[in-house]
Design a protein around this ligand. Structure first.
Ligand code: FES
Ligand SMILES: [Fe+2]
Length: 439
């Protein structure tokens, strides 16, 4: 349980809020490079509550500018993306990716107004098919991009998908550091598929241990597997909004999410799956992008999307599995196929996270033993926000991109072995190296 005040501090991300200021210290992944075409249609974006427009100019550079024109506030989402800039359709003011005005067609040629006016613009960088932005007010002090492995491995080793989820960012994030739910919520009662073969399905009562780290929190779930051995799955929470999920013997990919707050009630769920040293097999890639026998995997498949009008932020990434549609819950299939009656992996997670309300009042929850990782994560976030708010002390990873070089791990260890000591080296495996242990 969390006090109402602490809940409010954690979920609000607008400018001037505790979490909003903390998030603005970090580079934020916010778009797929392929979704922004040179001189193509600008895309409306909402990030940390700010109304923005992303575009790619004629030279291939990405711009992220305010949706309100600096002149008299016409929507820049209608802007003409042409000849190295975005032009407001109202009176034709044109801006480059830095926010500088390059043309004011209705002003006299002698006017010097354009030297004084700018539209708000945030710097962008691209790496491995992902566009990042830095929303801190002083872009001169931007640190290097975080060295997250999924964004550093060769492009053929990784799949990244985006979708919008209609709930608060923390509500979504907490689902992925709570691994107790996995073999229950995702289980099948028809014994088909491979979910019931997860090692984790052998023991539905894992014992949890957590450890604060410089990057965030390690959340270890210990399960009995017999033969004098224990199976440890260590999920990672990585500041400020990443989760990392370990591989399994039959699914040797690492995966996870950036849970990027669009506003208080909407989250951009950027999911990545990757192998540290091998390119993803064609079949695996197809399952992620196309679904599997008509159901969703951990990724939103291309069949899931129902694009909205371009006036909607992230219009291309809304799905038909919405709260309004009941996430396509099917009672009949609950009797015959899925434990949950919800069609597919990510849909099951999303339904439990966003099905009730976009912001859950955590002062009414009753936490149990499997929630220790969630408790420690909330505490770390609250402490980090307070440290920055009161003393301007930044979290460890903000200025040190190497702090983000971390993996989730799944280890089978002899009974009595300490998971932290045994797992630490594998959590910090250098980019380009294999797991280093038997899956
Ligand atoms: S409002 Fe955009 S140019 Fe006038
Ligand atoms: Fe899940």
């Amino acid at each position: 349980m969390l006090s109402h005040d602490d809940n409010e501090r954690l979920v609000r991300i607008g400018k001037g809020t505790a979490m909003g200021e903390l998030f603005r210290l970090y580079w934020i992944p916010f778009y797929a490079s392929a979704g922004l075409v040179a001189d193509g249609q600008p895309k409306r974006v909402k990030l940390l509550g700010e109304d923005l427009v992303a575009f790619r100019d004629s030279d291939g550079r990405v711009g992220l500018v305010a949706n309100a024109c600096a002149h008299r506030g016409a929507p820049m989402m209608f802007g003409r993306n042409e000849e190295c800039g975005i032009r407001c359709v109202y009176h034709g003011w044109k801006y480059d990716v830095t926010g500088a005005v390059t043309d004011m067609p209705a002003e006299p040629p002698t006017s010097r107004l354009k030297e004084r006016v700018r539209i708000k613009a945030y710097p962008c960088q691209e790496r491995n098919g992902v566009v990042w932005t830095y929303m801190e007010p002083d872009p001169q002090n931007a640190p290097p991009l975080p060295e997250l492995e999924w964004n550093l491995v060769p492009a053929e080793n990784v799949v990244v998908t985006l979708r919008v989820q209609e709930c608060n960012w923390l509500q979504a994030l907490e689902g992925e550091i709570d691994s107790a739910h996995a073999p229950i919520l995702h289980g099948r009662i028809d014994s088909k598929g491979s979910i019931n073969d997860w090692i984790a399905a052998n023991d539905l009562r894992p014992m949890f241990q957590c450890q604060r780290q410089d990057f965030g929190v390690s959340i270890a779930a210990r399960r009995q597997v017999g033969g004098g051995e224990l199976y440890w799955r260590v999920n990672q929470f990585v500041m400020p909004f990443y989760t990392l999920v370990p591989p399994q013997s039959k699914f040797p990919d690492l995966s996870g999410h950036a849970w990027v707050p669009m506003d208080d009630e909407h989250t951009l769920c950027l999911m990545f799956s990757y192998h540290p040293t091998q390119k993803l097999g064609e079949r695996t890639r197809t399952v992620f992008l196309e679904g599997h026998n008509g159901r969703e995997s951990g990724h939103a498949s291309r069949h899931a999307y129902t694009p909205k009008s371009p006036a909607t932020p992230y219009a291309d990434f809304w799905t038909r599995y919405s709260p309004e549609a009941g996430f396509l819950f099917d009672y009949e299939s609950q009797q015959t196929i899925w434990f949950s009656g919800l069609p597919g992996l990510w849909v099951q997670d999303a339904a439990c996270q966003a099905g009730l309300s976009p912001i859950y009042d955590r002062s009414t929850e009753q936490l149990c033993t499997s929630d220790v990782g969630i408790v420690m994560t909330r505490r770390l976030l609250l402490d980090s926000a307070a440290d920055y708010e009161q003393r301007r002390v930044k979290p460890a990873g903000v200025d040190d991109p190497a702090v983000f070089r971390v993996r989730a791990v799944s280890l089978t260890l002899p009974d009595g072995t300490a998971w932290m000591e045994a797992g630490q080296a594998f959590m910090r495996a250098p980019v380009g190296s294999d797991f280093g242990y038997r899956l």
